[in-house]
Write a protein that binds this ligand. Structure first.
Ligand code: HEM
Length: 393
């Protein structure tokens, strides 16, 4: 696992175990291209075809993957985004406080948050505010809801249908059911919103990808990683309904963000929001299968399943138990081998730009910790942070 996650990644034509085809990727205008050419082979310069997750990373700073990823760090994941994402930002605080009111109302009524719209709405609004600096008005929200939450907002997996063969929107269904709105129109509106966003106001003319093409490339990233990741993680933390979530009765350390982070990571170890990745090794590799060593030729697609890896007894002591503090060093910090963000802890191939670690990791963790603190009543630390914000010393 660790060797694969910290080395070069040739992506081939898979996203996890799904086969990706160019004709089901989003474009800013019109229907997807008819060609069946694999996404991973599309040239970087063609914005409509550029899909960060499918680009190879060989560790070179000027390869398409590193250039596109670098643009994300330059504009969407910079210091300004981190500041917007934090609870010390009035808009972020307002989003979370509004959600808390709905959450408490529903809990009092004994209702489940799984099927309703508040949590997807919070994630959609928060991600767009944090990354792009856009506070969505109701029309913009509705456009993005239809685009990213597949119409009903009930399941993050619904969003994937835009990409995978056999999914709901492939094969002619280009209109969102019950709305009359076309996917191409929704995509174009989202691109327009991103192009004009404060986050991209200072986008350089000489950037390796034009601003509009960069925004188109963000459509697929927002659908799969940017929204589905944090939404699924938040749903898991708030529901506690599957094995591997925070167990019932587990005392949440709401006053201690370091401990709370371990709780979030431990829940991701047992039930990762993104369940794995895929690559095509460049050298032969050998696996033990049924006690025998079997060698596969280079280029054989390999799926790395974080969930299976996260429950290996050879790596994790008592892997089925929820033990965030006992395995703290494995979950976070220099010794960490935590995989669910597509890295071995902080270790990734090359540096932040050339590597493959989820670039949204820290932002997503900020969100999840804030969410838990707000919902479960933060104590001194959070109050102190508010005070510090209002009365900086
Ligand atoms: C708890 C929330 C999240 C989790 C668990 C998560 C997890 C992951 C994982 C496992 C990958 C690798 C996927 C693969 O190789 O197929 C990934 C990639 C990525 N994630 Fe996240 N993610 C989360 C939130 C976010 C957020 C908020 C963003 C914001 C933009 C983001 C942006 C990305 C991008 C751009 C990639 C592609 C990186 C590359 O290929 O170089 N993620 N994420």
């Amino acid at each position: 696992m660790e060797r694969c996650l910290t080395g070069p990644m040739v992506r081939g034509t898979h996203l996890h175990s799904y086969y990706l085809l160019r004709d089901v990727l989003p474009t800013s205008s019109g229907p997807p291209a008819a060609s069946q050419r694999a996404v991973g082979q599309c040239p970087f310069a063609k914005g409509d075809d550029t899909f960060l997750l499918s680009l190879d990373s060989l560790g070179e700073p000027d390869e398409p993957h590193a250039l596109l990823r670098g643009l994300m760090f330059d504009y969407l994941l910079d210091d300004a985004a981190a500041a917007r994402a934090a609870m010390s930002d009035a808009n972020t605080r307002a989003l979370l406080t509004k959600f808390k009111a709905a959450y408490e109302q529903q809990r009092a009524a004994g209702e489940s948050l799984w099927s309703d719209r508040e949590l997807p709405e919070l994630v959609l609004r928060w991600v767009h505010y944090a990354l792009f600096g856009v506070l969505l008005d109701s029309a913009q929200y509705e456009t993005l809801r239809l685009l990213y939450l597949a119409g009903d907002g009930s399941s993050p997996s619904g969003t994937k249908y835009h990409f995978f063969p056999g999914g709901g929107l492939v094969g002619g269904r280009e209109t969102v059911a019950g709305t009359g709105r076309r996917m191409s129109e929704l995509r174009a509106a989202a691109v327009e919103l991103y192009v004009r966003s404060p986050g991209l106001r200072d986008y350089r003319d000489d950037a390796p990808l034009g601003k509009r093409d960069f925004c188109v490339a963000m459509l697929s990233i927002m659908t799969l990683a940017g929204i589905a990741g944090p939404l699924s993680a938040a749903q898991g933390l708030l529901k506690g309904q599957w094995h591997g979530e925070v167990p019932d009765g587990f005392p949440l350390p709401v006053d201690d963000r370091d401990k709370l982070r371990l709780v979030v990571l431990e829940s991701q170890r047992l039930r990762p929001s993104v369940f794995g990745t895929a690559l095509e090794p460049r050298t032969p590799f050998t696996l033990q299968i049924g006690g025998a060593a079997v060698t596969f030729p280079p280029g054989t697609p390999l799926v790395l399943n974080y969930r299976t890896a996260g429950t290996q007894e050879s790596v994790w002591h008592k892997p089925r138990h929820f033990l965030p503090y006992e395995r703290a060093a494995q979950l976070w910090g220099p010794q960490s081998s935590f995989w669910a963000f597509n890295s071995a802890g902080d270790k990734t191939g090359g540096d932040l730009r050339t590597g493959r670690m989820c670039p949204g990791r820290d932002l997503a963790l900020t969100f999840l910790l804030d969410l838990l603190q707000v919902l479960h009543g933060a104590g001194r630390e959070l109050k102190f942070r508010f005070l510090f914000f209002f009365f900086p010393l």
